[in-house]
Every structure is written in C-alpha cells, then in structure tokens.
Write a protein that binds this ligand. Structure first.
Ligand code: ATP
Ligand code: MG
Length: 304
C-alpha cells in the first residue's frame, strides 16, 4: 500500500482538515478520506506515516460495528469495493481509497466537540492543578495527575474554524444546541465512551479521554459521526506503562514528540511550521505504533 499526503478524487471536495479530505457524494452522503498526514504540537509534518490513514479509518469502522445497537452512526462502508459499488465514479481510484476511505451519511454537524475524560490529563490537569476545578466544576482535592476519574467528566468545547477549540460549560452548551439536544449528546457520549474505555483497557490501551462529534441526518435523527476512539481523536496510553502521579507517554505519538523535543532543545526548531525533517527511524517507529494501536483495539492485524 502506498502512503498518501493529499487525495485527488473525482468528487466535489467540501473540506480539508489537518488529516482528512472530505468529499460530497450526491446530496446526502460524504466520503471521508484519511490521509497519512500527521501533526504534533499543532504543526503538520512534511513526511507521511505509512498506514496511519488506514489505521484511523479502520479503528473507526471497528467501533461503528461494535456500537451497533448502542447509538446510531454515520458509517455506510469502510470497504473499498463496497464503496466503489455505491459510487462507481471511484472505480479507477481503488488504490487511493483502499483502507482509508469511509462512505458516510451526510449530516448537519452540531458545532460542539463532545469531550469526555476518564482520566485527568492535559488541559484538564492544568485547570485542576491551578484551581481544583474541571470544566468549571469543583473536583475532590488531592487527585493525582493521570488518575482515573469516577465518574468520567463530560467537558464540551466549541468547534473552532481555526486555532484551538474553546472549552465551554454544559450550561453554555445548552444555550447553543438546546437543553434536550445537549442532554442527548452527553448521554450518547457517555454510553460510547464507557463501552470503548472498558473494552480497550482489557486489551492493553487506556483511552484517557476522547472527543466525539454528532450530526443530524436527513431524517432528523441525531447520529454519531466523524472518527471514533482513534489515536487522533483520543489520548491513548499503554496499560503496561501506566503510572498515576505524572504525565503518561502517548501510545502513538511519543517517538515523534520526543524527536521534536530534542530538536527544539538543541535550538534547531522554534516550534512553528515548518517542522524539522523527520528521520526514517522516527517515521517507522510511529507507523509501528499506529499499527500496534489497531492490533490492541481490535485484537486483529490490520489487513488492507
Ligand atoms: N457524517 C458527517 N456529515 C457531515 N460532516 C462530517 C461528517 N463526519 C465528519 N464530518 C466533518 O468532517 C470533518 C472531518 O475533517 P477533519 O477531522 O480532517 O477536520 P477538522 O476536525 O475540522 O479539523 P482537525 O481534525 O484537523 O482539527 C469535520 O469537520 C467533521 O465535522
Ligand atoms: Mg477532526
């Protein structure tokens, strides 16, 4: 399988994120194409990570299948041949969509990132360490960094067009989408995370926190969209390396972050784009981590 930085498919492209290209398929479907781009410290690297796009797409596909009966979702298919059957215009582009393309129901997206935290880390740890709160709510005193939160904490954010998402309170979220919808999104978020966190922990990955998006389909139903419990939308930690009381290494991006930190400390990189070129060993180590994440989450080898 070849690695991909950007896609060119014969469909109207309606978006391009840091990692994914989004195409319209008629009126009511979208094709999400996950490239092998990778970002760290908010900078997209020049190099691509072989297999990363397929890992992310197929982890999401795995979860959508697992969640059948738990929440309705947007996936129609993550299989290249099934997608070509539905969208014959893609028949000469099988290699480009193989593993990394997902045909989905198109929705009107709620402008909220539904973040849920089962462990206290990152910006949540910073807020707690500074003032004893998370998402504005008081937490018990004396929690250690990276410790498990019981119950998990729902901490929504607004989807920013550019720059960083902004954390908001649940009452602010209710003003934006309405009380009923806000409650429904929180309920669905908790149900999906509870299921995923337990399952992956038993298989060697802690999903410390994660982010979901929801949209309304053409029939007015609220459904789970976007990517689900992947290393890009979540903080993945290795169960075997987990030690509360300190920050945890990232399961997937740590080799990359360590390299960039070294370059920064050596004065060879100022932290802005462009990032320094990545040595082949860093690219390889990162690709291996993503494949291992797939293996641990799904219990299978990735075959594309
Ligand atoms: N079923 C769907 N219907 C409509 N839009 C969707 C659907 N699923 C995902 N999307 C949208 O597609 C986009 C996915 O792109 P991507 O994740 O690359 O970009 P992003 O989340 O905007 O930015 P980034 O992830 O780079 O910070 C998101 O804006 C998401 O809201
Ligand atoms: Mg995204």
């Amino acid at each position: 399988m070849t690695t991909m930085r950007a896609s060119e498919l014969p469909l109207p492209r309606i978006g391009r994120g840091k990692v994914r290209d989004i195409y319209a398929v008629g009126e009511d479907r979208v094709l999400l194409l996950t490239t092998d781009r990778i970002s760290a410290f908010d900078v997209v690297m020049a190099e691509t990570i072989p297999m990363k796009g397929a890992v992310l797409t197929q982890i999401s596909a795995f979860w959508f299948n697992e969640l059948e009966g738990v929440v309705p979702h947007h996936m129609i298919s993550g299989d290249a041949d099934a997608i070509i059957h539905e969208v014959p215009d893609l028949k000469d582009h099988r290699a480009e969509i193989l593993g990394r393309g997902m045909l989905c129901k198109r929705t009107t997206v709620f402008p909220i990132e539904c973040v849920i935290r089962g462990y206290i880390s990152g910006s949540a740890w910073k807020e707690y360490a500074a003032g004893g709160t998370l998402a504005g709510e008081k937490l018990p005193a004396g929690l250690l960094e990276s410790t498990k939160l019981e119950p998990s904490i729902f901490s929504p954010a607004t989807k920013a067009e550019t720059g960083h998402d902004e954390n908001i309170t649940v009452s602010r979220m209710r003003e934006v989408v309405g009380r009923d919808v806000a409650d429904q999104l929180e309920h669905m978020t908790r149900a999906v995370y509870a299921r995923g966190e337990k399952k992956t922990r038993e298989q060697g990955i802690i999903i410390a926190d994660t982010k979901f998006e929801f949209g309304r389909d053409k029939d007015g139903r609220i459904i789970l969209i976007d990517e689900v419990m992947t290393p890009d939308s979540s903080r993945f930690w290795a169960v075997d390396a987990y030690k509360p009381g300190q920050p945890q290494p990232s399961f997937d991006k740590q080799p990359l972050r360590d390299y960039l930190d070294t370059e920064r400390r050596a004065g060879r990189w100022n932290g802005d784009a462009p990032a320094p070129p990545l040595p082949a060993r860093v690219v390889e180590a990162t690709s291996k981590r993503y494949l291992e994440a797939y293996r641990r989450v799904t219990g299978r080898e990735l075959k594309v």
